[in-house]
Design a protein around this ligand. Structure first.
Ligand SMILES: Cc1ncc(COP(=O)(O)O)c(C=O)c1O
Length: 462
C-alpha cells in the first residue's frame, strides 16, 4: 500500500529518449503534429521487439502445441518461456500463470468455476470503483442465489470506503473482488488490506490489476491474493489476458472444459488453441521492461542490488534502497525464469513511477488552474502516491465526447465515456451526460504532452 508522502521526489532515472525510440508508433503524426498517446488506459503502444517477436514466431515457429516436430516443439518452449516471464512479472511460479484472450474472459472462467460451489446464503463483495469486467462476471452468480454486496466510495476524491468494505465482508462472504487501481479516476486501492480482510472472513480475494500493471510492480506473494488478473495490452504487450492463481485453487476448482483437455495445471484453464504469436509478444514485452530496469539502474546486476517491490511500490520509492555485495537468493523474484529478471522489472517500475510522478505533479497543478474544470479523483499533490497518472475530468457546457474530438483533431488521443467503469459513472451521476474525459499517461509520455493537453483543455474551457 502506498504510504509515504512525496516531499522529495527522487530524480527519474528513466532515459526517456531511449524509451521513446523503442516504440515506433510514437512517431505517428496527425494534422502535422506528433500524436500524443494519452489513451494508455485503453491500451498502450508496443515496443519494436514485441512486433519483431510476433512476426518472427509466425515466420519460424508457427504451429500447434504438443506435436512431434520442430516448430511445434518451438511453440511449446515459447509458451513455457512466456509463462516464466509472466511469473517473473507478478512474482509467482510459472504453473500459476494462465493465458487467455483478455482479462474479461479469464475472470468469467474463474467466476463460473467458483460459482459451481456457491448458492443461496453465499455472498460476494465487489466495489463501485471497479471496471465492469470485475463486476458482471460475479453478478452472473446471482442467478444461483448468490448475494452481491457493493462497497461504496468516498465521492469527494473517488477512493474506496474501506470501512464500508470491511462492514460488507462477513462470514457469509466467499469472494472479495476488487481492483488494484481504477481505470477511470486512477485511484490505487489498498489491496493488501482488502486481501487480508477477505482472508480473515474465510473468503478468496480476486484482484483486477489491469489498470495498475503499467504503473507499478506487482507481487502476488506479498499481496497473498488468491487470483490476480491483468491484460498485457495495457502494459506494452499484445492483446492478451493473463491470470495468476494460487496453485491449490487452480488444481482444486473445476473449470468448464473439454473432455479432451488435459487436467494438468495450469493448462486445464486454457481451452482451445491460444494466440501463440501474441504469447511470444508477451515474453518480448516483459523483456522490454527488464531492459528498461537494467538501463535505469545499471547497478542492479553488478552489485546484486536488492530491488524488491517493497522498495519500488507506489509510495515507497523515496526510501533509499538497501544494497548488498552479493545477489540474495531469497529475493521474491526470479521464481519464473531468467536470473535477475524480476529484480530488473522492479527497477523498471522504480524508474517508471519516478517519471510518472513528475507528469502527475505537472498535470495536477495545470488542471487546478483551468476555470470550471472538475477533476474526479485525488487532486491533492501530497496524496499522489495513492493514484496513477489517469485523470477523469469534465468541463461544464461541453460533453466529454466533444472535448475528446477537439483534442483528437490536434493529435491528442484521449477517451470519453465510462470505459466500462459503469458502476462509478452511475454512482457519480455522470453516466447520462457522457461520463468523463479520460487523460491517461504512461512512462513513454512527456512533459511536453502534459502541457499540450492542458493547453487544449484551457482553450475549450475559455
Ligand atoms: C481496470 C480494468 N479491468 C478490466 C478490464 C478488461 O480488460 P480486458 O479488455 O483484457 O478484458 C479493463 C479494460 O479496460 C480495465 O481497465
Amino acid at each position: 500500500m502506498p504510504h509515504s508522502t512525496l516531499e522529495a521526489a527522487p530524480t527519474s532515472h528513466l532515459d526517456l529518449s531511449w524509451v521513446r525510440s523503442q516504440f515506433p508508433s510514437l512517431s505517428l503524426e496527425v494534422n502535422g503534429r506528433h500524436a500524443a498517446f494519452l489513451d494508455g488506459p485503453g491500451g498502450t503502444q508496443v515496443p519494436q521487439r514485441v512486433i519483431d517477436a510476433i512476426s518472427e514466431y509466425l515466420r519460424t515457429s508457427n504451429a500447434n502445441t504438443a506435436g512431434a516436430y520442430a516448430t511445434s516443439r518451438r511453440t511449446d518452449q515459447m509458451i513455457a518461456d512466456a509463462r516464466a516471464a509472466m511469473a517473473d512479472f507478478v512474482g509467482c511460479n510459472s504453473e500459476e500463470i494462465i493465458f487467455g484472450p483478455n482479462m474479461t474472459s479469464l475472470t468469467y472462467a474463474i467466476s463460473r468455476a467458483i460459482g459451481r460451489e456457491l448458492g443461496p446464503g453465499d455472498e460476494i463483495v465487489l466495489t463501485h470503483l471497479d471496471h465492469d469486467a470485475n463486476i458482471s462476471p460475479w453478478r452472473a452468480l446471482e442467478e444461483r442465489g448468490v448475494k452481491v454486496q457493493i462497497a461504496d466510495i468516498h465521492e469527494e476524491h473517488c477512493t474506496l470506503d474501506m470501512d464500508d468494505l470491511a462492514r460488507k465482508i462477513t462470514p457469509r462472504t466467499r469472494v472479495v473482488a476488487a481492483g488494484y487501481a481504477s481505470n477511470a479516476v486512477g485511484t490505487i486501492n489498498d489491496v493488501k488490506t482488502i486481501v487480508r480482510l477477505a482472508h480473515e472472513a474465510g473468503a478468496m480475494a480476486f484482484i483486477d490489476a489491469v489498470h495498475y500493471a503499467p504503473h507499478g510492480p506487482i507481487d502476488v506473494r506479498d499481496l497473498d491474493c488468491d487470483f490476480l488478473a491483468c491484460s498485457t495490452y495495457k502494459f506494452f504487450g499484445p492483446h492478451m489476458g493473463v491470470l495468476c492463481g494460487k496453485r491449490e485453487h487452480l488444481a482444486r476448482l473445476h473449470p468448464y472444459k473439454l473432455r479432451a483437455n488435459t487436467n494438468a495445471v495450469p493448462q486445464r484453464w486454457e481451452w482451445g488453441t491460444l494466440n501463440h504469436e501474441c504469447i511470444t509478444g508477451i515474453n518480448a514485452c516483459v523483456e522490454y521492461l527488464a531492459e528498461l530496469g537494467r538501463r535505469s539502474y545499471g547497478d542492479v546486476q553488478r552489485v546484486g542490488h536488492r530491488e524488491t517491490v517493497a522498495d519500488v511500490g507506489t509510495g515507497a520509492l523515496a526510501r533509499p534502497a538497501e544494497r548488498s555485495s552479493a545477489p540474495d537468493p531469497n529475493l521474491p523474484g526470479n521464481v519464473g525464469g531468467s536470473p535477475g529478471r524480476r529484480q530488473a522489472i522492479c527497477s523498471a517500475y522504480r524508474a517508471i513511477r519516478a517519471h510518472e510522478r513528475g507528469l502527475m505533479h505537472r498535470m495536477l497543478s495545470g488542471l487546478a488552474e483551468i476555470p470550471g474544470l472538475r477533476l474526479y479523483g485525488i487532486a491533492d499533490p501530497a496524496r499522489i502516491d495513492f493514484r496513477c497518472p489517469t485523470f477523469a475530468v469534465r468541463i461544464p457546457g461541453h460533453t466529454p465526447l466533444a472535448v475528446a474530438t477537439k483534442l483528437g483533431d490536434q493529435g491528442i488521443f484521449t477517451w470519453d465515456g465510462n470505459y466500462y467503469a459503469l458502476n462509478l459513472t452511475e454512482r457519480l451521476g455522470v453516466e447520462p451526460d457522457g461520463g468523463f474525459l479520460r487523460i491517461g499517461f504512461v512512462h513513454y509520455n512527456t512533459e511536453e504532452e502534459v502541457d499540450r493537453v492542458l493547453e487544449g483543455l484551457r482553450r475549450v474551457a475559455s
